[in-house]
Design a protein around this ligand. Structure first.
Ligand code: NAD
Length: 290
C-alpha cells in the first residue's frame, strides 16, 4: 500500500519503520525534521497524504489532530482511509471521523497500548473505532505494527476503550502504591506483600506485571530508578481525557477524578515529571497522613 504517515515521534517513527520493513511505500511528515530509514520525506502533511491508500496520524493531542485532519482530508483520494493512532479526546476523534466520512473517506480511531517498546517491536495493541470497511482496510497494517487489534465499535470507541483502560490503570497503580507504603509502615516485608497480594484478590497488572517496588516481582521501571516506561505525564494526559469524556457523557467517576488530581500534583507541583507513573510509590513512602 501507499501510506502517508504524519507524526514521526517516539511512537510514530518506529511504527512507520515497521511498515517499510513489511514492504509498504511510506511517505512521512513531521513538523520537526525527522529522518526515518526508508520513509520518504514530504514537505507538508497534505503532500504526505496525496495519493495514499491509508494516512496514519500519530500526534500529541486532539487540537493538533483536528488541524492536521483539516489539511489532509481535502488532499486524500475518495475511498482512502484516515487512521488516527494518537490518544486524543473522544469528541475530536468523532469530529475528525465525521469530516473524513463527509469527504468520502474511511475513518478509524485506533489508539494503541504497548508504549515505545511495543512500537519498536511491532507488538502494539490497537483499539479501533469506525466502520467495518474502515477497520478492514486498516487491519493488515495493525497486524504489522501490532499483535492485536480489537474493533470496539463506531467512531470514538477506540479512544473510549483506551481512556477507560487507562483510568483503571491509574487508579490501580495508586492503590497498589499506597498499599505498599502502608505495608512498609506496618513493618511488612515488600517481598511478602507481593507474594500474598499477587496471588490474592488484590492482584492486578500493576502488582503482578509492573510492580512499583524495586527488586520485587518481574523487571519493571522501578528496577531502573523509575525511568519511564510509561511516564506519569502521559498518565496525567490520559486521566484528563477520561475526566473530559466523563464530563461530556455525565458519568460519575470519583476515583478517576481523584487519580487525575493526584497525578496532576505529582507531575506539576512535585518531582513526578519525566518519571515513570509507578514512582507514586516513592512519593507515598516519604509521606505521612497530611
Ligand atoms: P511525540 O511527542 O514523541 O510525537 C509526536 C510527534 O508529532 C512529534 O514528532 C511532533 O513533532 C509531531 N507533530 C506535532 N505537531 C505536528 C503537526 N502539526 N504535523 C506533523 N507532526 C506534528 O509523542 P509520542 O510519544 O510518539 O506519542 C504520540 C501519541 O501516542 C500521543 O497521542 C500519545 O499519547 C500516544 N501514546 C504514546 C505512548 C508512549 O508510550 N509514548 C503510548 C501509547 C500512546
Amino acid at each position: 500500500m501507499k501510506i502517508g504517515f504524519i507524526g514521526l515521534g517516539n511512537m510514530g517513527a518506529p511504527m512507520a519503520a515497521n511498515l517499510v520493513t513489511a514492504g509498504h511505500k511510506v511517505t512521512g511528515f513531521d513538523t520537526m525534521d525527522v529522518a526515518v530509514d526508508g520513509v520518504a520525506k514530504a514537505a507538508s502533511a497534505a503532500e504526505a497524504a496525496t495519493g495514499a491508500d491509508v494516512v496514519i496520524t500519530m500526534l500529541p493531542n486532539g487540537a493538533i489532530l483536528r488541524t492536521v485532519a483539516a489539511e489532509v482530508i481535502p488532499a486524500m483520494t475518495t475511498g482512502a482511509a484516515l487512521v488516527d493512532c494518537s490518544t486524543v479526546d473522544v469528541d475530536s476523534a468523532r469530529a475528525v471521523a465525521a469530516d473524513a466520512e463527509a469527504a468520502g473517506l474511511l475513518a478509524v480511531d485506533a489508539p494503541v497500548s504497548g508504549g515505545i517498546g511495543g512500537a519498536a517491536a511491532g507488538t502494539l495493541t490497537f483499539m479501533a473505532g469506525g466502520s467495518d470497511a474502515g477497520f478492514a482496510k486498516a487491519e493488515p497494517l495493525f497486524d504489522i505494527m501490532g499483535q492485536k487489534a480489537v474493533h470496539c465499535g463506531s467512531s470514538g470507541s477506540g479512544q473510549a476503550a483506551k481512556i477507560c483502560n487507562n483510568m483503571i490503570l491509574g487508579i490501580t497503580m495508586i492503590g497498589t502504591c499506597e498499599a505498599f507504603a502502608l505495608a512498609d509502615k506496618l513493618g511488612l516485608d515488600r517481598q511478602k506483600m507481593f507474594d500474598v497480594v499477587s496471588t490474592s484478590s488484590g492482584y492486578s497488572w500493576t502488582m503482578n506485571a509492573y510492580c512499583p517496588a524495586p527488586g520485587v516481582g518481574p523487571q519493571s521501571p522501578a528496577d531502573n530508578n523509575y525511568q519511564p516506561g510509561f511516564a506519569a505525564d502521559l498518565m496525567l494526559k490520559d486521566l484528563r481525557l477520561s475526566q473530559q469524556a466523563a464530563e461530556s457523557a455525565d458519568a460519575d467517576t470519583p476515583m478517576g477524578a481523584l487519580a487525575q488530581a493526584l497525578y496532576a500534583t505529582f507531575v506539576e507541583k512535585e518531582d513526578g515529571a519525566g518519571r515513570d507513573f509507578s514512582a507514586m510509590l516513592p512519593r507515598f513512602e516519604k509521606r505521612g497522613r497530611d
